[in-house]
Ligand binder design. Sequence first.
Ligand code: SF4
Ligand code: FES
Length: 254
Amino acid sequence: MSADKAINITLKVWRQKNADAKGALETYKLDGVSTSSSFLEMMDQLNEQLINEGGSPVQFDHDCREGICGSCNMYINGQPHGPASLNTTCQLHMRSFKDGDTIYVEPWRAKAFPVIKDLVVDRSAFDRIQQAGGFVSVNTSGNTQDANAIPIEKDNADMAFDAATCIGCGACVAACKNASASLFVAAKVSQYALLPQGQVEAKDRVLNMVKQAQKEGFGPCSNTGACEVECPKGISLENIARMNREYLAASLSK
Ligand code: SF4
Ligand code: FES
Protein backbone atom coordinates (compact mmCIF):
# COMPACT_ATOMS: atom_id res chain seq x y z
CA MET A 1 0.00 0.00 0.00
CA SER A 2 1.39 3.41 -0.94
CA ALA A 3 1.82 6.07 1.74
CA ASP A 4 1.27 8.71 -0.91
CA LYS A 5 -1.68 11.01 -0.17
CA ALA A 6 -3.11 14.12 -1.76
CA ILE A 7 -3.58 17.12 0.51
CA ASN A 8 -5.21 20.50 0.07
CA ILE A 9 -3.26 23.48 1.37
CA THR A 10 -3.41 27.26 1.58
CA LEU A 11 -0.26 29.17 0.70
CA LYS A 12 0.60 32.70 1.81
CA VAL A 13 3.39 33.66 -0.56
CA TRP A 14 5.45 36.86 -0.61
CA ARG A 15 4.96 38.62 -3.93
CA GLN A 16 7.14 41.58 -4.86
CA LYS A 17 7.42 42.89 -8.43
CA ASN A 18 10.97 44.19 -8.11
CA ALA A 19 13.55 45.45 -5.64
CA ASP A 20 11.85 48.84 -5.22
CA ALA A 21 8.24 47.64 -5.08
CA LYS A 22 6.37 47.17 -1.82
CA GLY A 23 5.73 43.45 -1.41
CA ALA A 24 2.80 41.68 0.23
CA LEU A 25 1.64 38.18 1.12
CA GLU A 26 -0.82 36.75 -1.42
CA THR A 27 -3.12 33.84 -0.61
CA TYR A 28 -3.44 30.82 -2.90
CA LYS A 29 -5.42 27.61 -2.49
CA LEU A 30 -3.71 24.53 -3.89
CA ASP A 31 -5.56 21.20 -4.05
CA GLY A 32 -4.34 17.69 -4.74
CA VAL A 33 -0.73 18.12 -3.62
CA SER A 34 1.02 14.75 -3.40
CA THR A 35 2.72 14.19 -0.05
CA SER A 36 5.49 12.47 -2.05
CA SER A 37 6.29 15.65 -3.93
CA SER A 38 9.08 17.93 -2.83
CA PHE A 39 8.37 21.46 -1.63
CA LEU A 40 9.72 22.85 -4.91
CA GLU A 41 7.53 20.48 -6.93
CA MET A 42 4.60 21.85 -4.95
CA MET A 43 5.76 25.37 -5.91
CA ASP A 44 5.93 24.20 -9.56
CA GLN A 45 2.34 22.98 -9.20
CA LEU A 46 1.33 26.38 -7.82
CA ASN A 47 3.01 28.10 -10.76
CA GLU A 48 1.23 25.86 -13.30
CA GLN A 49 -2.04 26.79 -11.63
CA LEU A 50 -1.17 30.49 -11.70
CA ILE A 51 -0.17 30.35 -15.38
CA ASN A 52 -3.36 28.45 -16.29
CA GLU A 53 -5.36 31.15 -14.52
CA GLY A 54 -3.53 33.86 -16.49
CA GLY A 55 -1.50 35.00 -13.47
CA SER A 56 2.20 35.48 -13.00
CA PRO A 57 4.26 32.57 -11.62
CA VAL A 58 6.11 32.97 -8.33
CA GLN A 59 9.83 33.53 -8.91
CA PHE A 60 12.10 31.39 -6.75
CA ASP A 61 15.71 30.29 -7.08
CA HIS A 62 16.61 26.64 -7.62
CA ASP A 63 19.19 24.71 -9.57
CA CYS A 64 20.39 21.29 -8.43
CA ARG A 65 17.29 20.27 -6.45
CA GLU A 66 19.48 17.87 -4.46
CA GLY A 67 20.90 19.97 -1.64
CA ILE A 68 24.14 21.03 -3.29
CA CYS A 69 23.87 24.43 -4.98
CA GLY A 70 22.45 26.44 -2.05
CA SER A 71 20.04 28.46 -4.17
CA CYS A 72 16.55 27.24 -3.11
CA ASN A 73 16.29 29.67 -0.24
CA MET A 74 13.05 30.66 1.45
CA TYR A 75 11.50 30.90 4.88
CA ILE A 76 8.78 28.31 5.27
CA ASN A 77 6.52 29.14 8.19
CA GLY A 78 9.26 31.47 9.43
CA GLN A 79 12.02 28.85 9.37
CA PRO A 80 14.89 28.96 6.87
CA HIS A 81 14.42 25.90 4.62
CA GLY A 82 11.32 24.86 6.56
CA PRO A 83 10.59 22.54 9.48
CA ALA A 84 12.98 19.62 8.84
CA SER A 85 16.52 19.86 10.18
CA LEU A 86 19.69 19.40 8.12
CA ASN A 87 17.97 19.86 4.80
CA THR A 88 17.47 22.44 2.10
CA THR A 89 14.08 23.48 0.74
CA CYS A 90 14.53 21.19 -2.27
CA GLN A 91 15.03 18.24 0.08
CA LEU A 92 11.87 19.03 2.06
CA HIS A 93 8.84 16.89 1.20
CA MET A 94 5.16 17.69 1.43
CA ARG A 95 4.73 14.75 3.81
CA SER A 96 5.96 17.24 6.43
CA PHE A 97 2.59 19.01 6.10
CA LYS A 98 -1.02 18.05 6.79
CA ASP A 99 -4.24 18.39 4.86
CA GLY A 100 -5.70 21.85 5.51
CA ASP A 101 -2.38 23.44 6.53
CA THR A 102 -1.63 27.09 5.83
CA ILE A 103 2.01 27.56 4.80
CA TYR A 104 3.81 30.91 4.78
CA VAL A 105 6.56 31.27 2.17
CA GLU A 106 8.86 34.31 2.26
CA PRO A 107 12.27 35.41 0.93
CA TRP A 108 15.36 35.76 3.13
CA ARG A 109 15.13 38.95 5.17
CA ALA A 110 18.51 40.69 5.53
CA LYS A 111 19.81 44.10 4.44
CA ALA A 112 22.72 42.43 2.65
CA PHE A 113 20.34 40.09 0.74
CA PRO A 114 17.95 42.52 -0.99
CA VAL A 115 14.85 41.04 -2.63
CA ILE A 116 15.08 41.01 -6.43
CA LYS A 117 11.62 39.58 -7.09
CA ASP A 118 9.16 37.48 -5.05
CA LEU A 119 11.32 34.87 -3.26
CA VAL A 120 14.56 35.63 -5.11
CA VAL A 121 17.18 37.60 -3.21
CA ASP A 122 20.58 38.90 -4.28
CA ARG A 123 23.25 36.82 -2.51
CA SER A 124 26.19 38.26 -4.46
CA ALA A 125 27.48 39.66 -1.13
CA PHE A 126 28.62 36.09 -0.39
CA ASP A 127 30.52 35.98 -3.69
CA ARG A 128 32.34 39.18 -2.80
CA ILE A 129 33.28 37.82 0.63
CA GLN A 130 34.62 34.68 -1.05
CA GLN A 131 36.57 36.77 -3.56
CA ALA A 132 38.11 38.77 -0.67
CA GLY A 133 40.04 35.73 0.57
CA GLY A 134 38.34 32.35 0.07
CA PHE A 135 41.04 30.87 -2.15
CA VAL A 136 44.57 29.47 -2.11
CA SER A 137 47.39 30.38 -4.46
CA VAL A 138 48.48 27.45 -6.57
CA ASN A 139 51.83 27.03 -8.30
CA THR A 140 50.98 26.45 -11.96
CA SER A 141 54.58 26.37 -13.18
CA GLY A 142 54.45 22.68 -13.95
CA ASN A 143 56.41 21.84 -10.81
CA THR A 144 53.33 21.74 -8.61
CA GLN A 145 53.66 19.41 -5.66
CA ASP A 146 51.15 16.56 -5.53
CA ALA A 147 48.63 17.41 -2.77
CA ASN A 148 48.89 13.86 -1.45
CA ALA A 149 52.60 14.41 -0.75
CA ILE A 150 51.70 16.66 2.21
CA PRO A 151 50.55 14.60 5.21
CA ILE A 152 47.53 16.09 6.98
CA GLU A 153 46.39 15.00 10.40
CA LYS A 154 43.12 13.05 10.12
CA ASP A 155 41.16 15.21 12.59
CA ASN A 156 42.15 18.38 10.73
CA ALA A 157 41.32 16.82 7.36
CA ASP A 158 37.87 15.81 8.66
CA MET A 159 37.17 19.26 10.16
CA ALA A 160 38.33 20.98 6.96
CA PHE A 161 36.07 18.73 4.92
CA ASP A 162 33.10 19.41 7.21
CA ALA A 163 33.68 23.17 6.87
CA ALA A 164 33.93 22.81 3.10
CA THR A 165 30.41 21.35 2.92
CA CYS A 166 28.97 24.88 3.36
CA ILE A 167 26.85 25.51 0.27
CA GLY A 168 26.58 29.29 0.71
CA CYS A 169 22.81 29.19 1.04
CA GLY A 170 22.54 32.02 3.57
CA ALA A 171 20.22 30.24 6.02
CA CYS A 172 22.65 31.20 8.80
CA VAL A 173 22.11 34.86 7.96
CA ALA A 174 18.35 34.37 7.68
CA ALA A 175 18.21 32.65 11.07
CA CYS A 176 20.29 35.29 12.89
CA LYS A 177 18.58 38.21 14.62
CA ASN A 178 21.60 40.34 13.63
CA ALA A 179 21.71 38.96 10.07
CA SER A 180 25.30 37.94 10.79
CA ALA A 181 27.24 36.01 8.16
CA SER A 182 29.68 34.67 10.75
CA LEU A 183 28.92 30.97 10.23
CA PHE A 184 29.38 31.27 6.46
CA VAL A 185 32.62 33.28 6.75
CA ALA A 186 33.89 30.96 9.49
CA ALA A 187 33.26 27.88 7.34
CA LYS A 188 35.17 29.42 4.44
CA VAL A 189 38.05 30.55 6.68
CA SER A 190 38.22 27.20 8.48
CA GLN A 191 38.36 25.01 5.41
CA TYR A 192 41.71 26.61 4.59
CA ALA A 193 42.97 27.40 8.10
CA LEU A 194 43.04 23.68 8.90
CA LEU A 195 45.15 22.73 5.89
CA PRO A 196 48.83 23.43 5.14
CA GLN A 197 47.85 24.73 1.69
CA GLY A 198 45.84 27.48 3.35
CA GLN A 199 48.65 28.92 5.45
CA VAL A 200 50.27 31.20 2.85
CA GLU A 201 47.37 33.70 2.73
CA ALA A 202 45.93 32.82 6.16
CA LYS A 203 46.30 36.24 7.82
CA ASP A 204 45.08 38.28 4.87
CA ARG A 205 42.26 35.81 4.27
CA VAL A 206 40.58 36.14 7.66
CA LEU A 207 41.12 39.90 7.88
CA ASN A 208 39.82 40.58 4.38
CA MET A 209 36.84 38.23 4.53
CA VAL A 210 35.63 39.61 7.88
CA LYS A 211 36.14 43.17 6.63
CA GLN A 212 34.15 42.44 3.47
CA ALA A 213 31.30 40.88 5.47
CA GLN A 214 31.08 44.06 7.57
CA LYS A 215 31.20 46.20 4.42
CA GLU A 216 28.30 44.23 2.92
CA GLY A 217 26.11 45.11 5.91
CA PHE A 218 25.99 41.76 7.74
CA GLY A 219 25.61 42.18 11.50
CA PRO A 220 27.81 41.04 14.38
CA CYS A 221 27.72 37.58 15.95
CA SER A 222 26.10 37.52 19.39
CA ASN A 223 26.50 33.77 19.96
CA THR A 224 22.83 32.77 19.98
CA GLY A 225 23.60 29.68 17.88
CA ALA A 226 20.49 30.07 15.69
CA CYS A 227 22.70 29.77 12.60
CA GLU A 228 24.00 26.33 13.59
CA VAL A 229 20.45 25.08 14.26
CA GLU A 230 19.18 26.14 10.83
CA CYS A 231 22.27 25.30 8.75
CA PRO A 232 21.31 22.53 6.30
CA LYS A 233 24.87 21.20 6.36
CA GLY A 234 25.36 21.15 10.12
CA ILE A 235 28.26 23.62 10.05
CA SER A 236 29.45 23.83 13.66
CA LEU A 237 29.79 26.95 15.80
CA GLU A 238 33.33 25.73 16.51
CA ASN A 239 34.20 27.26 13.16
CA ILE A 240 33.23 30.71 14.45
CA ALA A 241 35.50 30.19 17.47
CA ARG A 242 38.32 29.19 15.10
CA MET A 243 37.69 32.23 12.88
CA ASN A 244 37.81 34.51 15.93
CA ARG A 245 41.14 32.98 17.01
CA GLU A 246 42.52 33.37 13.49
CA TYR A 247 41.27 36.96 13.36
CA LEU A 248 42.83 37.90 16.69
CA ALA A 249 46.16 36.30 15.83
CA ALA A 250 46.22 37.98 12.40
CA SER A 251 45.31 41.38 13.88
CA LEU A 252 48.05 41.19 16.50
CA SER A 253 50.77 40.15 14.06
CA LYS A 254 49.97 42.65 11.31
S1 SF4 B 1 27.10 27.97 7.02
FE1 SF4 B 1 25.31 26.61 6.62
S2 SF4 B 1 23.56 28.02 6.57
FE2 SF4 B 1 25.38 29.29 6.31
S3 SF4 B 1 25.69 29.48 4.11
FE3 SF4 B 1 26.92 27.69 4.78
S4 SF4 B 1 25.55 25.94 4.49
FE4 SF4 B 1 24.23 27.75 4.44
S1 FES C 1 18.10 23.61 -5.48
FE1 FES C 1 20.23 23.33 -5.05
S2 FES C 1 20.32 23.16 -2.88
FE2 FES C 1 18.19 23.24 -3.32
